[in-house]
Design a protein. Structure first.
Length: 45
């Protein structure tokens, strides 16, 4: 069974991964994809 704390840590990790992806996409010029990744990061945060 997953504790609430473990679930929160998992969601925060996924949020940070989406943020890292958005930063990469911005640097590559994929602004539309970066906006999507950033939105996902914010929803999980």
């Amino acid at each position: 069974m997953v504790t609430r704390r473990e679930e929160e840590e998992h969601l925060l990790k996924r949020s940070r991964n989406f943020l890292e992806t958005a930063e990469y996409q911005i640097n590559k010029g994929f602004h539309d994809l970066a906006a999507f990744s950033l939105e996902q990061a914010l929803q999980l945060f």
